[in-house]
Design a protein around this ligand. Sequence first.
Ligand SMILES: [Zn+2]
Length: 163
Amino acid sequence: MTDQALTQGEVFTTRWRGKMEYEWDTGAAVGRFMAGLKDGEILGLRCLQCKRTVIPPRAFCELCYVPMDRWTKLQDTGVINTFSVSFVNWDATRRETPEVPAVIEIDGASPGVGILHVLGEVGEDLETVVSRVAIGKRVEAVWKPAEEREGSITDIRYFKLID
Ligand SMILES: [Zn+2]
């Protein structure tokens, strides 16, 4: 079927504007993690069997198959595990300035355990970003003001370099 077939009436069409409201149940582990973000805290969960501290938290250790319920307040600093420099928005439109998504290994969590977020204050062009950002560099969270936080990962605006 072609775009012309749809727009020129060659096939029957109808227009409908759906009301697409939904709610997402975070579950106990992610719910508490989100509540911590609203309070300006990054919380992880520790497995008492394998001694790993993970983030984002989950109710069961995927290695040991045991419940995880030892909440641990982590630092809001960490290390860049990996990153990318993107000039494409989520809707595939081109960006003038780069966005730099990165996996951050949060201090206090086990090595190799991290969250996906974005880096900020790292440059407005590719050359600047790649001259400043590198795997292993230390970063810290830049939080929204407390009154603007809503219990979302975006309560952290971005991570910035601290070295
Ligand atoms: Zn475990």
